[in-house]
Design a protein around this ligand. Sequence first.
Ligand code: ITT
Length: 216
Amino acid sequence: MKKIVFATNNKHKLEEAQQILGNEFKILSLADINCHEELPETSDTLEGNAYQKAEYVWSHYFRDEKIPVFADDTGLEVEALGGEPGVLSARYAAIDGDPQQSHDSEANMKKLLRKLDGEDNRTARFRTVISLVIDASDTTTEIPLYMEKRWEFEGIVNGQIIRERRGTTGFGYDPIFQPDGYEQTFAELGADIKNQISHRARAMQKLAEFLKDKNL
Ligand code: ITT
């Protein structure tokens, strides 16, 4: 079985990725490769953060092994707010509030609903970017040439921010996001449907096709 590293410890993401990549791949988490440090995530774009995480793991753990590494970053982009919270989605409430509220979904949703109070344009999208880094080093030369190749895969799901929370499954902004074509929020649709149509699933499907095509 081929190995691939997903630079995350989020169980939910690991399971979803394993389901989509199938049993041709064994997905290794950060814990599996004994990476316990905090990965850098300081970019102001999703693309930058996904690449920073994948590149960090590749360069610190896999320089001499041909194991591909990928990482993801996701943001909720709200049209009326010029794309906010975007790359700040996880720590939206913490930016000008209490730093403890980083990753506090309730506080994040509350802030977003307050910002959209009285706003009729509720159009929003979830966008995931996956960055894949593969070793392309040439170690046959006298001085080994360490090189990487990188690719990006994007997944988008369009929808609306509703005015009140509905549903109990999922995480993050799921209770206030209703994907186009559905009457329910992500938190009402449940994991089975969400995992077929979500931003992350779409990006992951593109990654899976790429790995298959390139026979990686
Ligand atoms: P990592 O440990 O993998 O970094 P994270 O919580 O930072 O997990 P992401 O970077 O993927 O997760 O997403 C950033 C934030 O965007 C996340 O904290 C949620 O608030 C929101 N988000 C991402 N995917 C979501 C989804 O499928 N449904 C609802 N909210 C989501």
